[in-house]
Design a binder for this molecule. Structure first.
Ligand SMILES: [Zn+2]
Length: 297
């Protein structure tokens, strides 16, 4: 089986992981150390229904509509960082879910969102209409990078920023998606990918027990291999953030809204510990697996 990250044929069955009712077959690439599901779970496309988005499925997303005020703190902190590199233009959030991040980005950019889920686009459109209208917010649409919405804005060299936050690991064919992002981007445009780095100690030490092994996660990247793949497509400059491209302060303020009393402080301590640990490296590998990659065209 060919590695979806570096296209090497040198892959082997690494682990068979049980997750609730799912049986995940995880292969490892000898050439780049990325991991991937093969064969993928049967119903990979049917995962993204109502229950997934409302947090009721066996395996699900949190419902951002219920926590928009808290999520917005992190969105704004991230946008502040992006703004340092590109301060105006067209913005696209891929895998936008209900569209909270795309909507917030319209404070700075002409902003769009796309998602493969009928449910999240339909519900998100209704939800966003209930918030304050913003001129620069251009809406959320059903589609993906390899199945673009048939609207005028989705053409070559048109976008300045494309974000894929916890999306790349869900893609069956990440390289085709990254290539499409490259084509959509303007000269000097910026692609932002947040996923887990499986070449970091957190993932290596946890092995098959690492919490990132989930039915909808089809690819588990090595950060180095991801950067190399993007370079091959044509991206020319990279910045890697560990753990994330937004501030520790924003992370704490977001979590402060969700936790109360003593447990909030425990949660805060664990967040601070993880964040600080993320700056450390051992034998050239980061200690923690959370990372965000900025790739410039
Ligand atoms: Zn590989």
């Amino acid at each position: 089986m060919i590695c979806p990250v570096c296209e090497s044929a040198r892959t082997y069955l690494w682990e068979n992981i049980k997750y609730q009712n799912y049986n995940l077959f995880i292969r490892k690439c000898v050439s780049c150390s990325s991991l991937f599901q093969f064969p993928e779970i049967k119903d990979a496309n049917s995962l993204y229904q109502q229950k997934y988005y409302e947090g009721d499925a066996d395996y699900s997303y949190y419902d951002e509509r219920k926590s928009h005020a808290a999520s917005k703190i992190v969105y704004l902190s991230r946008l502040k960082n992006i703004h340092k590199f590109i301060n105006k233009g067209f913005f696209l959030d891929v895998g936008c879910s209900f569209g909270g991040f795309a909507y917030t980005a319209s404070d700075y950019y002409q902003s769009f969102g796309i998602d493969v889920s009928n449910f999240s686009i339909k519900e998100g459109t209704v939800w966003l209409k209930s918030l304050d209208p913003k001129n620069n917010f251009k809406g959320i649409y059903k589609g993906s990078l390899i199945n673009l919405p048939k609207i005028n804005a989705f053409k070559k060299n048109h976008f300045d920023i494309i974000t894929m936050i916890e999306v790349a690991e869900h893609l069956k064919n990440p390289l085709a998606n990254f290539k499409s992002a490259y084509d959509l981007l303007n000269k000097n445009g910026l692609l932002i990918i947040q996923t887990a780095n499986f070449d970091a100690w957190q993932a290596i030490n946890a092995g098959k027990n690492y919490h990132y092994f989930l039915p909808g996660h089809l690819v588990y990247f090595s950060a180095k291999a991801l950067e190399k793949a993007l370079k091959k497509i044509g991206f020319r400059k990279f910045i890697q953030y560990t753990p994330v491209d937004f501030s520790l302060n924003a992370k704490l303020r977001k979590s402060g809204r969700n936790f109360t009393g003593f447990f909030r402080y425990l949660k805060w301590l664990s967040i601070v510990y993880y964040h600080l640990k993320s700056y450390l490296r051992k034998k050239e590998r980061p200690l923690t697996s959370s990372f965000v990659l900025y790739a410039f065209k």
